[in-house]
Write a protein that binds this ligand. Structure first.
Ligand SMILES: Cc1ncc(C[n+]2csc(CCOP(=O)(O)OP(=O)(O)O)c2C)c(N)n1
Length: 214
């Protein structure tokens, strides 16, 4: 299949800022699915809220665009009712590890067979740049004009400690590595986490996008 067969073209052009890493992650994910030869009718993507979570609108899989932080909870429900389906759960760092942190830890602890993709730009992108638990100290953000003082944590170490049985980290710059990790994660039976660092070029936002986010 061609990559365009995995997307809902009616929702394009997408709403991500020029230069944002999230589109590269979408591309890597579609290539991973294509290279694995998966039937798109057997794939379910659940997502919460955020720029990263918008990805579920762009893919031509079964998709649930749900509540901020709750993507893994919805994915768990789908998996319990239809275990034969492949579950893909893309989340922002805020979605996955701030509001959704408990769902993340306990999905890993239960080792539920699904792939969590943490699209980590270390900021709340969609709402305009509030710092997230992953921002780390010394970062400027709209909610930290004099820079942040809070520590961040290591997503990979957290995932391993919580019980995830496949964990990997890459960046939107390393596309081939991302494709490889995503393929391995999808093939893995159990809770797999792929953290992908993604750049956030807020300065490039257009007026239209600023208005769209209120
Ligand atoms: C319950 C709830 N709280 C807060 C929000 C507002 N909100 C929407 S997206 C978002 C943060 C998005 O950041 P992240 O998950 O890191 O994804 P990104 O946009 O950076 O890809 C927040 C706080 C919401 N929609 N629902």
């Amino acid at each position: 299949m061609a990559i365009k067969d995995y997307i809902r073209q009616r929702y394009f052009p997408q709403m991500w800022c020029p230069g944002c890493g999230h589109g590269i992650i979408l591309n890597a994910l579609l290539r991973a699915v294509d290279e694995l030869g998966l039937d798109k009718n057997n794939i379910v993507m659940t997502s919460g809220i955020g720029c990263s979570a918008r990805i579920s609108g762009y893919v031509d899989f079964h998709s649930l665009h749900t509540l901020h932080g709750r993507a893994l909870a919805f994915a768990t429900g789908v998996k319990l009712s239809k275990p034969e389906l492949t579950l893909l759960v893309p989340m922002g760092d805020g979605d996955a590890l701030a509001i959704g942190g408990n769902h993340f830890i306990h999905s890993a602890r239960r080792n539920i067979d699904m792939t969590a993709i943490v699209m980590n730009n270390r900021i709340y992108g969609m709402t305009g740049g509030q710092y997230s638990p992953l921002s780390g100290p010394g970062k400027k953000a709209t909610t930290a004009p004099y820079t942040t003082i809070d520590k961040d944590f290591d997503v990979v170490k957290l995932s391993v400690a919580a019980g995830a049985t496949f964990v990997a980290r890459s960046t939107a710059y390393h596309v081939l590595e991302c494709i490889d990790f995503l393929k391995k994660a999808i093939n893995h039976k159990g809770f797999s986490v792929v953290e992908i660092l993604s750049q956030w070029p807020y300065v490039l936002w257009t007026e239209k996008q600023r208005r769209w986010c209120g």
